[in-house]
Design a protein around this ligand. Structure first.
Ligand code: SF4
Ligand code: SF4
Length: 231
């Protein structure tokens, strides 16, 4: 996506952060990546957050519903959208290098304001959705939910004070290898390019994807999820 996005001119710049809110829906592997970079002050802020939105479906669940022709029962998440607790007093992201994929994909051709939402082309929007579906495919056997719910859950589980997965966390769903819907066929070329792309280590993206998937099966950080799901 970085390479694809390089050809566009966005209004986004450091300190611009209307898009940085508590409506952050992510996979467990993204939350896991962020977990160790948090300190006590971050946890105080996270636990002080007012009730935030929670997703009703994962990206791949919505795509599968589309395929079967079923309508999602409830799409609009409840909860208050407030500023992301990881914003510093300078308006920068404290966890920039570990930020979730959704933060990396939220871009705009115009400078946003409370009355002016982000603007992006339909093609870039669809490519972002495909990227999120690829990420969900990678985290098979994992969880999906609001970032702050996932962080709290992973932390509590690791220190041994929670066993059960709360009902507001969803399980990830694997979609077909090329995560394209029928009306996204014109994007097939981009996905093909992505999967065939040779990376600096000599592997193609597809080979890397398969290797990561295999590696995730033995990741100790996520092994508890597999144990839970196999029960
Ligand atoms: S998406 Fe909008 S609010 Fe966020 S950085 Fe870009 S221009 Fe600023
Ligand atoms: S994690 Fe960082 S980039 Fe993402 S919403 Fe929070 S402050 Fe913004």
């Amino acid at each position: 996506m970085d390479e694809t996005l390089r050809g566009f001119s966005f209004a986004c710049k450091p300190g611009c952060n209307f898009c940085c809110t508590t409506k952050l829906f992510v996979t467990s592997v993204e939350a896991e990546l962020l977990l160790d970079s948090l300190d006590d002050k971050d946890w105080i802020k996270i636990y002080a957050l007012p009730p935030y939105p929670r997703p009703k479906y994962t990206h791949n669940q919505l795509a599968l519903l589309y395929f079967t022709g079923d309508e999602p029962k409830e799409e609009n998440p409840e909860g208050e959208i407030t500023s992301c607790p990881f914003l510093t007093s300078e308006g920068l992201c404290k966890v920039y290098h570990h930020r979730p994929l959704i933060c990396r994909l939220l871009l705009s051709f115009i400078t946003c304001s409370p009355s002016k939402p982000a603007e992006i082309s339909e093609k870039l929007y669809l490519l972002s959705l495909i990227s999120l579906q690829v990420a969900e495919n990678l985290d098979f056997g994992g969880l999906y939910g609001n970032l702050f719910d996932l962080l709290k859950y992973l932390r509590d589980y690791k220190i041994g004070i929670i066993e059960e997965i709360p009902s507001h966390l969803l399980s990830t769903v694997e979609f077909e290898e090329l995560p394209l819907l029928p009306d996204e066929r014109e994007l097939r070329g981009w996905v093909g390019w992505l999967y065939r792309r040779e990376l600096p280590n000599g592997m193609t993206f597809r080979e890397l994807l398969n290797t990561i998937k295999e590696d995730l099966k033995t990741q100790s950080g996520l092994s508890f999820l597999r144990e839970i799901w196999s029960e």
